[in-house]
Each structure stands twice: as C-alpha cells, then as structure tokens.
Design a protein around this ligand. Structure first.
Ligand code: RIB
Length: 313
C-alpha cells in the first residue's frame, strides 16, 4: 500500500477547560488543565496511522522535553518519525488552547521549531515521496516550504492535499499544484473574500477554488457537514449527530481520514463519509491526538451510524 506522508507541525497543546471563554481583560477560573500532543501536521499523521495506513511525518521539534514527548507519542501511534529533525536552536512548538463548555475551542500557537522548517527538511521529504500516495500539508510551517513541498510532490505525480490552516493568503501558483484543499468556514472566507456559512456560499467558495486550479475543493462546515466541489460535480455530506466533548483537531481527523481514503482509492462520496465519521468520533473524545479513532472503531461506527444533521441538505 502507498503511504500517507505529512509535512507539517508538531505542537505540545496546553489545554485549559473552562465554562466559557474570557472577555478581553477578564480573568476566569478554569476547570482543568492538561498537556496533550498536538500540532496540525502531527495530528493528521496520527489520524492516518491509527487507520492502519503507513504514515510518515516530516517536521521539526526542539531539543527539549516537549519534543521528546511528542516524538514518543507519535511512535506509539505508529507514525514513522525518522523524518522529524531535532532543532538544537529552538524550543518545540506550543499551542495554548481553551475549550469551553460546549466543546468549542480557541487556539494560539507559538511555532518554535515549526517556524524554522526550511530546505533541509525538504531534502528529507524527498526521500519519502516516492512511496507516497498522498502528501498532506497544512500552514503551521513556513509557506515557502509548503509551496516547495507541493511542487516536489506534484513533479513525482503524488497527490497533494492542503489544509489551509491557520488561514492566510495563498500564492496563486500553489492552487494548481493541489489535488484537494479542505478549508473550514473561516479559512474559506479568507481564501475567497466573501462570507461562507450555508450550502450556497460554501458551494460558491468551492467553485472559486476549483476555478483557481484545485481539482477538489472540500469546505468543512462543522455541524453543517462538508461540501465537495469539482469541475463538474458537487457532493454534500451531512455531519453525524454525536455528543460534542472537544472540537480540537476535528479538522485534522477529517484530513487524516480523507488522506487514507484517497490512498485506498475510495470514490469521493465514500471518502467524504469516511472522513466525516472520523471527525465525529474525534469530537466525542478530549484532546487532539488521543481523540483519533482506530479503523475498527470507524468501521463499527459506520456499520450502525447515528442520524445525520440535515442542515446542509
Ligand atoms: O488543529 C488542532 C491543532 O491546532 C492543535 O493540536 C494545536 O496544536 C494547533 O496546531
């Protein structure tokens, strides 16, 4: 089987749970605090590896306890970490995360070693691409490295998936390199420059991204599901109705799951359902990487799925 290769970030998540988010200038008493392995790149790698697809991560951690802990956790999850360098001149990336009583989150990241990813990391990436079915990218490492990674994969005929998070403007020459882009509502708005919130606007956003050269644009709308747009078709996948404990890394679960579906050659509607199930299972558990489900859990969920939320239909 071809592998999923992830070129991206590793963070230690510093997670506070509170009943509600504080106002500017306000101090709140939280309910609990945990440190949890995270980072969009690492989360997506764990999601793919837990689903039984060979997965390698290329990135950087600092030479510190957090970096050692992040690597140990990834190895335990079955992610190949030979491509993760230890940067002696930087601390590991961290994310300060608040999760409110409804499971919604606010995140501030400090990139640390992730922000120093450069051409030396691309050299390591090059050794993994020949075995790859999909290259998964996000935007928590510097954009020039992301663009170069996409070009390298494209030159080898490897499909490139970009999760454009955190939201930022993208160079026009990046989009034609992408097989698939998966913005959430905020990221889609940033990319297309108009409000996105319902089916019509999400479809229009997808159409704009396809016009700019992406083969498949998938707009993730949380409880409203996801909508996929290609040059000639549109698919709507409603979300599953599940109790929400913690939405951190739900998008990462979706992307990791989607990558495994693509490696295995699932048709797009089935891949969307598969990825949506993985995201639903992830929000029912706390934390980023600990919330990623195994293949058997996903198969059991889809064999007897809960009702879907039909708000996009
Ligand atoms: O997508 C969730 C992730 O965003 C967290 O794990 C945090 O590290 C930030 O990168």
């Amino acid at each position: 089987m071809k592998s999923v290769v992830v070129f991206g970030s590793l963070n230690m998540d510093l997670v506070t749970r509170c009943d509600r988010f504080p106002q500017p200038g306000e101090t709140l008493v939280g309910r609990d605090f945990t440190t949890v392995p995270g980072g969009k790149g690492a989360n997506q790698a764990v999601a793919a590896a837990r689903l039984g697809v060979p997965t390698d991560l290329i990135g950087r951690v600092g030479q510190d306890d957090m970096g050692r802990s992040l690597l140990a956790n990834l190895q335990q999850a079955g992610v190949g970490c030979q491509g993760v360098a230890v940067d002696r001149d930087s601390s590991s990336g961290v994310a300060a995360i608040a999760v409110d009583g409804r499971g919604e989150n606010q995140i501030v990241i400090v990139p640390g070693a992730n922000g120093r990813v450069d051409t030396t990391d691309l050299q390591r990436l090059a050794t993994y691409l020949p075995q790859a079915g999909v290259l998964l990218l996000q935007l928590e490492v510097p954009l020039p490295a992301v663009v170069s990674a996409a070009q390298m994969a494209r030159d080898l005929g490897v499909r490139v998936m970009l999760d454009p998070a955190p939201a930022q403007a993208l160079p026009a020459d990046l989009l034609p390199l992408l097989h698939c882009i998966t913005p959430n509502q905020v990221e889609a708005e940033q990319l297309v420059g108009f409000p996105v919130g319902d089916r019509a606007s999400a479809q229009r956003a997808g159409e704009v991204l396809v016009e700019r050269g992406v083969a498949i644009a998938i707009v993730k709308l949380g409880r409203q599901g996801a909508i996929a747009v290609t040059t000639d078709q549109v698919w709507v996948q409603p979300a599953f109705s599940v109790p929400v404990v913690d939405t951190v890394a739900a998008g990462d679960a979706f992307n990791g799951g989607l990558a495994t579906a693509m490696v295995q050659g699932l048709p797009l509607p089935e891949a969307l359902r598969w990825a949506t199930a993985i995201a639903a299972l992830s929000v029912a558990q706390p934390g980023a990487q600990p919330s990623m489900p195994t293949r058997s859990t996903v198969e059991a969920f889809l064999a007897d799925p809960p009702p879907t939320i039909q708000s996009l239909a």
